[in-house]
Design a protein around this ligand. Structure first.
Ligand SMILES: Cc1ncc(COP(=O)(O)O)c(C=O)c1O
Length: 413
């Protein structure tokens, strides 16, 4: 594919995303049955993780619901709804700050019959949603710190608990929501916020009898660096076991459970392939050679720079070569931050000297399906790569590589 379509190239595999959604829904349903749990499970795909059509369509075809974070994501939902691409029972949760445009679209879709639940994110949203004729949810900062890439000292989303208790009864409240971090590193860190959330849920239910759903947000890892952290099967079992025990002890009905694990579902279904265009000796470092690739980490795999993400990198050809060299990878931008060093370590790759004359060394970054497409940019006017989709034995080019003309137009040329 790299030879046929050129590099940099994104390769998307819808089968993987479909399988992940299906397995996750089956897993929750099986454990729910085993524990005779009375609540239902709903998977909501957080669109921000990857809004591309080739991601969203396979996901909703598996019966997934959606979560949006902006007016424009909801506009995509509107298009899907109007073109009858949806199962009419689909549910949509609206998170994120609500602009007037976002609120108007929520109201419009609700009156057109979509099952849509806006989540109150702060006190002003409570005011704006007073007249909303449907169910609402509320996002609360549980104040539980977890070990994750995105753990922030101060959380900016959701209401603080003291603010929540001052509100009293909230009209049409059915859902309590929190999100405690992405790519959570320990299984216990997925459970700890839920323990706190259920105490809040129990107290909130006293004033809000229609409250029947707990939304645990995102957080399960997408397995970026090839190291397995914990199994999703064991997390799901622990979650249901805890909820069942808590509800029995506190004599409240089992809540429905929503999970918005986005990276877990989307990351493994895309890989990004580069070719090495040259090498350069590194005088004094743990790595011996810079390999300069024909794409950019700062524009195409932005998390390399933003959160120093560790990727799983593999050579595509010469994969079994015994003559390897310690490399750092450098991108096309004229920017010293456009590099990948595996966290100051090195990436072991085949030596370029051993390639047949004229041959290229291709390398793959695995698990690039989450966030990177939405974050991508045009620093140094680097072009967006071509993308192919592999489905039912066929490889189809779904996005052409941007031409200089395409990129120039974005900048008014
Ligand atoms: C509210 C909410 N839900 C879900 C997600 C998806 O998280 P992840 O990709 O870690 O599963 C996020 C990520 O920021 C989020 O803020």
């Amino acid at each position: 594919m790299a030879e046929k379509y050129g590099t940099p190239l994104k390769i998307m595999l819808p089968y993987i995303i479909e399988q992940r959604v299906e397995d996750l829904m089956d897993l929750f349903d099986d454990v729910i049955r085993e524990y005779k749990y009375k609540g239902q499970f709903y998977y909501h795909y957080p669109m921000k993780v990857n809004q591309n059509r080739e991601f969203v369509l396979p996901i909703i075809s598996e019966g997934s619901n959606l979560e949006t974070t902006s007016a424009n994501e909801l506009w995509v939902v509107k298009r899907l709804w109007e073109s009858n691409r949806f199962n009419s029972r689909i549910k949509v949760i609206c998170n994120g700050p609500k602009t007037d445009q976002y609120l108007a679209l929520i109201a419009e879709l609700k009156s057109n019959g979509l099952d849509i639940v806006p989540i109150i994110e702060d006190l002003s949203e409570r005011e704006s949603l007073q007249k909303f004729r449907g169910q609402v949810g509320i996002r609360v900062d549980m104040g539980v710190k977890v070990d994750s890439y995105w753990d922030k000292k101060v959380e900016r989303f959701g209401l603080q608990l003291d603010e929540l208790w001052e509100l009293g009864r909230i009209k049409n409240l059915t859902m309590l929501h929190y999100h405690s971090g992405s790519e959570i590193q320990k299984e216990t860190d997925i459970l700890r916020p839920l323990r706190k959330a259920m105490d809040v849920y129990k107290r909130l239910k006293k004033d809000n009898p229609f409250l029947d759903t707990i939304d645990i947000g995102g957080g399960a890892p997408g397995n970026y660096n090839g190291k397995k952290k914990y199994s999703v099967a064991s997390v799901v079992r622990s979650l249901i076991r805890f909820l069942d025990k808590f509800c029995r002890e506190n004599e409240i009905p089992h809540p429905n459970i929503i999970c918005e694990w986005g990276s877990y579902v989307a990351a493994p279904s895309q890989i990004t392939v580069f070719s090495v265009i040259s090498q350069k000796r590194i005088p004094k470092a743990v790595a011996k050679q810079w390999y300069i690739v024909d794409g950019s980490f700062q524009t195409q795999l932005l998390d390399t720079w933003a959160i120093h993400k560790q990727w799983h990198v593999v050579p595509v050809n010469n994969a079994y070569s015994k003559k390897l060299t310690r490399t750092w990878l450098a991108g096309l931008s004229c920017d010293s931050d456009d590099k990948y060093t595996a966290g100051g370590n090195y990436i072991l790759l085949p030596r370029l000297e051993d390639l047949e004359s004229g041959a290229k060394q291709y390398i793959s970054f695995l698990d690039t399906g989450n966030y990177q497409d939405g974050f991508a940019n045009h620093h140094c006017l680097n072009a967006t790569p071509a993308k192919v989709i592999c489905q039912n034995g066929d490889v189809t080019l779904i996005r052409k590589r941007e031409t200089p003309d395409d990129v120039g137009k974005l900048f008014g040329w």
